[in-house]
Design a protein around this ligand. Structure first.
Ligand SMILES: [Zn+2]
Length: 308
């Protein structure tokens, strides 16, 4: 069985207005890609930005007045499309903005819980300008605990998205399962701390791994972060090393549709891969390693039983 813990459904108008590919993915497109690649289940949530904010400004969050709270429509679309078209294979997470319109979001979430099956919560640290540690005493945690939801945090070589504050959150809330996305940018300090603190409730998705193998060495130089010493030129070697050293934490995630993305902000970064190529790569692992990454660890993270 293959479970992908990180995909997006919907539209990101900030990306559209900035000419950034990809700005969109429909649920049926994701399902076709899953069929081709042989993925059984995918966790899906909205793209990083919400039309709560003006799409013409990529960096600042300036409310448009079009929604009552962030991700209102984007979450609704994910939940409706999954319910009507998800074939029981798409496991929806809802996105939250930890700092703005919290009461309004919580009221809506309590209504959604009655109508939809929700599998977890996504926090886009960068888009919502929130560090992981800023959620340690968040009012959202009561609802998260009540539903036994796991949380997935965007993480990368960005101050606000740094994986160490997310690890701090996980250590202080050891009853909540936490996933650090995008390898946590491969930041070495985080992995060193992992070896010392040994959290039982932490997971790491490598999404999108083939792109990360190209980005990480470039970004570590331009952004000034020390990253794990891996053979990034040979993704399968890098993957085997990661599994050998941190296998208990690693879950499969593709970040589809971001297996292909073109980023004019840093023009050297141009990746054209596919979900199938991501899956083919992890199939090169030994059978026990493959099962741990694609099935056992994702099931532990989600805390649910899934059938083939
Ligand atoms: Zn993503």
């Amino acid at each position: 069985m293959i479970i992908d813990v990180h995909t997006h459904i919907g539209v990101n108008l900030k990306r559209l207005f900035s000419g950034l590919y990809p700005p969109i993915q429909a649920i049926k497109d994701l399902l076709i890609k899953m069929d081709i690649a042989g993925v059984n289940y995918s966790v899906s949530f909205p793209f990083e930005s919400s039309l709560y904010d003006d799409p013409r400004d990529y960096y600042e969050n300036i409310p448009t007045g079009l929604m009552e709270f962030p991700y209102q429509i984007e979450n609704q679309v994910v939940l409706d499309h999954v319910k009507n078209l998800g074939e029981g294979r798409i496991l929806p997470f809802i996105s939250i903005d930890p700092k703005r319109k919290v009461r309004e979001q919580l009221t809506q979430i309590k209504t959604w819980v009655k109508k939809y099956k929700i599998y977890g919560v996504k926090v886009h640290t960068k888009s919502t300008k929130t560090k992981g540690s800023e959620l340690i005493n968040s009012p959202f945690l009561k609802e998260i605990r009540r539903n036994n939801w796991p949380m997935l945090f965007h993480s990368y070589m960005q101050d606000v998205a740094h994986p160490l504050p997310i690890l701090e959150f996980a250590l202080k809330n050891s009853d909540i399962r936490v996933c650090v996305a995008h390898m946590g940018g491969g930041i070495k300090d985080f992995y060193d701390e992992l070896i010392i603190t040994k959290p039982k409730n932490l997971f790491i998705d490598l999404s999108p791994f083939l792109a990360n193998c190209k980005d990480l060495p470039f970004d570590s130089k331009t952004r000034g972060y020390e990253i794990l010493d891996l053979d990034y030129e040979e993704p399968i070697k890098a993957l085997r090393e990661l599994i050998y050293r941190f296998g208990d934490y690693i879950v499969f995630g593709s970040d589809e549709p971001f297996t292909t993305y073109i980023n004019p902000i840093e023009p050297s970064l141009e990746h054209r891969s596919t979900l199938t190529e991501e899956v083919d790569l992890i199939k090169k692992l030994s059978k026990p390693e493959f099962k741990m990454m694609a099935e056992t660890n994702p099931k532990r993270f989600l805390g649910v039983k899934l059938k083939l």
